[in-house]
Design a protein around this ligand. Structure first.
Ligand code: ADP
Ligand code: MG
Length: 696
C-alpha cells in the first residue's frame, strides 16, 4: 500500500455566490516512504493548494487522498487534528516560528499540545535540535537567528512528533543559495531515513536534487519524473523515539497558561497597561465599598460611644397606627399607652425565656433600679436669649431665634459625665457644650448655678414661671446645674437635659389644670450583664416597630443615607467596569488578529479548536488575575494615602477595608476578563488554518 495515494483529486474554490474556481483538476499521484518529491510549477498553478490538502489543513475536495489507505475525507475533525499532529510535519517558506517562544518551546509546542511530560519534551527536542546543529540556540528567540537557522528550527518542529510525511512549501524561497543547499541536504537526509518528503520549489537546481519531480500547471500534472528510483531505508530516524502514548493527549490547562504567560510576557507593557486600566475601575469599586463601610463604622462608633453596656434603651421606630410615618430620631414617637409599653416588655421577656436567659424586665416603673424601667423623653423647642435671660418661647414665633432639644437625662449619666457642675435634679437643668456655644456662653462658671431658664412649651401647657408648688418642691424657673459632656453622635446638638422626674412633676402640675401631659419616648432598662444587653438590642433591632437607643436610630438613618450614596457610587464604578470589559474585549480581538499566523501554525501542527480556545481563554484569565492583583495593590496604596490625608485633615478617616472587598474585586476582574475573552477565543478557534497561514 502506498504511503500517500491521490486519486481523481479535484479542488474548487468557492468565489462569491455561484462562481467556482477550479484549482486542481483530476490529480492522480502515488508516493512511497523514502521519496524526496519536488513539486514545481509556476506561481498560481496550485502547488500550495495540493500541499494544504495533503496536510489536512484543507478538507474540502473531491476525490481521494489516502494516507496508508485511509481517505482524509472520511476523517472527523478530531481525527484530522490528530493526523496533523502525528502524521505530517509542515515546513513553510516564511518559517512561521512563534516569535514570543524560545527555540526549544517552538519545537516542543507540538508535544505540548499532546500533553507530553516536560522532561520528555526537552529530551526529544534537544536531540532533534542537536542533529540539526542548533544545540547552542535552544534558549534564543526566533528573531535572534539567521534565516537558515530559523528554517532548521521549523524542520525540527516538523520532525518532533516523528511524522511519516514532511510537507515543505517553498522551504528555501527565503534563503540564499548557500543556506538553500544546507536545508536541502537536511530534507534529503530525512527522506533517506525513510520519510516521505514533499517539497514545493521554484528552483530547477533544488528540483535536481530530489528523487522525483512533479510538474504542475494550471492545476494539472503535466510531468512526473522519477529520477533516481526509490530509496528506502527504514532504520535511523532523526526523531528516534516514538511518541509515548499518553492517556490524555491534549493541551493541558497548565500548558495553556504557560503558553499564554509567554505571550503576555512578550507584550508586557501592553498587558500591564490593560491591567492598569481595568484596575482603576476595581480601585474605585473597592474604595467606594471601603468608604461606605468606613462611614457606617464611624457613625456606629459614635452611636455606641455613650451606650452604657448595662442599659437597654427602647424607642419606637414606627407607630402602629401610622406605619408609613417613620420616627424622626430628633423628635421621637411617644409610647401612647401603658399597654403599649407592657406589650413590648412582655415580648422581650418571652424572647429571653426562649433563649434560656434568666433575666426578666419588671414592668414596674421605678427610677434607677436594677431590672427596672425608667422613662425618658425628648422634644424640640425654640428659644430666645435677651438681657432678661434665656426664654423658650414657642408660642411667640416672632421672638424665636433657634431650635434646641430637651432630653431627659438617661439614668446611666453620672457626675462622671459632667464637664462642670452636677447632674441636675428638681428645679435644675443641664446644658450640652454645643448648646452653650450656641447661646454664646463659654465660661462654665458664669453659667453653672447662675443662669435661670424660663421654659415655655405651650404644646404641653408648660411655663415654668407659673409653677411654684411647695408640695412638690417646685420653685419656678430652673437654674443651670452643670454642663454635660455629650460625645458621639449628638456631640454637636444643642441639648438641654432635665431629669425625667422633674419634667414629669412640671407636667403633672399642669395636668391638674386640665392641660395636655406627655408620654415617654424612651424606656431605659438596666440589665444584669452585657450579654443580656446585646441580646435585647439585637432583638429590638430586628423589629419593625421598635429599636434601641435614639443614637442607634440616628445611626441607622445615617447608615441608610450612606448606603444609598455609596450604592450610587458603586453603580458608577460598575459602569466603569463595563467599559473595562469592552476594553479587554477589544484588546483580545486585536491580539487574535495579531496572532492569526500563529493560530495557523498551531493548527498545522495539530492544535484542536478547543486547544486554541483554551490558549486564548487562559490569556484572558491571566489578564483578569493580573488586573485584580494590580487593583488590590493600588487600592491599598490609594486607601492608605487617603487614610493618612483624612486623619490629618478631619482627625478621622472613614475608610474600612473588609477582606471580602478584595475577593469581590478579584472575582469581578476574573469574571469580566473571562467573559470578554469568550468571543475572541472562539473567533480564534474558528479561524481557517490555510487563510491564517497566509495572513500578513
Ligand atoms: P501556487 O502555490 O502554485 O502559487 P496556489 O495553490 O496558492 O498556487 O493557488 C492556486 C490557485 O488557486 C491560484 O490561482 C489562486 O489564486 C487560487 N486560490 C488559492 N487560494 C484561494 C482561495 N482561498 N480562494 C480562491 N482562490 C484561491
Ligand atoms: Mg504557493
Amino acid at each position: 500500500m502506498a504511503e500517500l495515494e491521490i486519486k481523481n483529486l479535484n479542488k474548487y474554490y468557492q468565489l462569491g455566490n455561484k462562481s467556482k474556481f477550479h484549482a486542481l483538476t483530476d490529480i492522480n499521484l502515488s508516493f512511497e516512504k523514502g521519496e524526496l518529491v519536488s513539486i514545481v510549477g509556476e506561481s498560481g498553478s496550485g502547488k500550495s493548494t495540493l500541499m494544504n490538502l495533503i496536510g489536512g489543513l484543507d478538507s474540502q475536495f473531491d476525490g481521494e487522498i489516502n494516507i496508508t489507505g485511509v481517505n482524509l475525507k472520511n476523517l472527523s475533525d478530531r481525527e484530522l487534528d490528530e493526523y496533523r499532529k502525528k502524521k505530517v510535519g509542515f515546513v513553510f517558506q516564511s518559517f512561521n516560528l512563534i516569535p514570543h517562544l524560545t527555540i526549544l518551546d517552538n519545537v516542543t509546542i507540538a508535544l505540548t499540545l499532546s500533553n507530553v511530560r516536560e522532561s520528555e519534551k526537552i529530551e526529544k527536542a534537544t536531540k532533534v535540535l542537536e542533529k540539526l546543529g542548533l544545540a547552542e540556540q535552544i534558549k534564543k528567540k526566533p528573531t535572534q537567528l539567521s534565516g537558515g537557522q530559523k528554517q532548521r528550527v521549523a524542520i525540527a518542529r516538523a520532525l518532533i512528533n516523528d511524522p511519516e510525511i514532511i510537507l515543505a512549501d517553498e522551504p528555501t524561497g527565503a534563503l540564499d543559495s548557500q543556506t538553500t543547499l544546507q536545508i536541502l541536504d537536511i530534507l534529503k537526509s530525512i527522506a533517506d531515513e525513510g520519510k516521505l518528503v514533499i517539497m514545493v520549489t521554484h528552483s530547477e537546481k533544488v528540483a535536481s536534487i530530489s528523487s522525483r519531480v512533479v510538474e504542475v500547471s494550471d492545476g494539472k500534472i503535466i510531468n512526473d519524473q522519477n529520477k533516481k528510483g526509490r530509496k528506502k531505508k527504514q532504520s535511523t530516524n532523526i526523531a528516534e523515539t516514538k511518541v509515548t502514548k499518553n492517556k490524555k493527549t491534549n493541551l493541558s490547562f497548565w500548558s495553556a497558561i504557560r503558553l499564554s504567560f509567554h505571550n503576555m510576557w512578550a507584550s508586557k507593557v501592553k498587558n500591564f497597561l490593560i491591567a492598569f486600566g481595568v484596575s482603576i475601575s476595581l480601585v474605585s469599586l473597592i474604595l467606594m465599598l471601603a468608604f461606605g463601610s468606613g462611614l457606617t463604622d464611624y457613625i456606629n462608633s459614635l452611636a455606641n460611644e455613650y451606650n452604657n453596656p448595662y442599659y437597654v434603651s427602647i424607642t419606637k421606630r414606627k407607630d402602629k397606627d401610622n406605619p408609613n410615618m417613620p420616627a424622626n430620631p430628633l423628635s421621637p414617637l411617644p409610647f401612647k399607652t401603658d399597654e403599649e409599653i407592657n406589650e413590648i416588655i412582655t415580648d422581650i421577656n418571652a424572647q429571653l425565656e426562649k433563649a434560656n436567659n434568666e433575666y426578666r424586665i419588671s414592668n414596674e416603673v421605678v427610677s434607677y433600679g436594677f431590672n427596672q424601667m425608667t422613662y425618658g423623653t425628648s422634644t424640640t423647642f425654640k428659644f430666645k436669649v435677651d438681657e432678661n435671660g434665656i426664654y423658650s418661647d414657642e408660642g411667640q414665633e416672632e421672638k424665636s431665634e433657634s431650635i434646641f432639644y430637651i432630653y431627659t437625662t438617661p439614668p446611666y449619666y453620672t457626675d462622671a459625665n459632667m464637664l462642670a457642675g452636677n447632674i441636675s435634679g428638681d428645679n435644675e437643668v443641664m446644658f450640652s457644650k454645643a448648646l452653650l456655644k450656641k447661646l454664646g456662653l463659654n465660661n462654665y462658671d458664669d453659667v453653672c448655678g447662675k443662669v435661670r431658664l424660663n421654659i415655655d412649651i405651650p404644646r404641653y401647657g408648660l411655663n415654668t414661671k407659673d409653677i411654684i408648688s411647695q408640695e412638690q418642691g417646685l420653685t419656678g424657673d430652673p437654674i443651670v446645674s452643670g454642663i454635660i459632656d455629650v460625645t458621639g453622635i449628638f456631640e454637636n446638638f444643642p441639648v438641654m437635659y432635665v431629669s425625667y422626674d422633674y419634667l414629669n412633676k412640671l407636667v403633672s402640675y399642669v395636668d391638674t389644670e386640665g392641660k395636655i401631659g406627655f408620654r415617654p419616648t424612651a424606656l431605659y432598662i438596666k440589665t444584669d450583664d452585657e450579654k443580656t444587653t446585646e441580646f435585647i438590642n439585637n432583638y429590638l433591632n430586628s423589629l419593625d416597630y421598635y429599636s434601641g437607643s435614639v443614637e442607634e436610630q440616628m445611626a441607622s438613618m445615617f447608615t441608610q443615607m450612606i448606603s444609598t450614596f455609596s450604592t450610587a457610587l458603586t453603580i458608577i464604578a460598575g459602569i466603569s467596569l463595563i467599559v473595562a470589559t469592552i476594553m479587554i474585549l477589544v484588546v483580545l480581538y486585536m491580539s487574535v488578529t495579531e496572532r492569526t499566523r500563529e493560530i495557523g501554525v498551531l493548527k498545522s501542527i495539530g492544535a484542536r479548536r478547543k486547544d486554541i480556545k483554551r490558549i486564548f481563554s487562559s490569556e484572558s484569565l491571566l489578564i483578569g488575575i493580573l488586573s485584580g492583583l494590580v487593583g488590590i495593590i493600588l487600592s491599598l496604596v490609594c486607601g492608605g494615602i487617603l487614610i493618612i490625608a483624612l486623619k490629618s485633615l478631619l482627625g478621622f478617616a472613614p475608610i474600612s477595608f473588609r477582606w471580602y472587598y478584595f475577593v469581590i474585586a478579584l472575582g469581578i476582574s476574573i469574571i469580566i476578563s473571562v467573559l470578554a475573552g469568550l468571543l475572541p477565543a472562539s473567533k480564534a478557534a474558528k479561524l481557517d488554518p490555510v487563510e491564517s497561514l497566509r495572513h500578513e
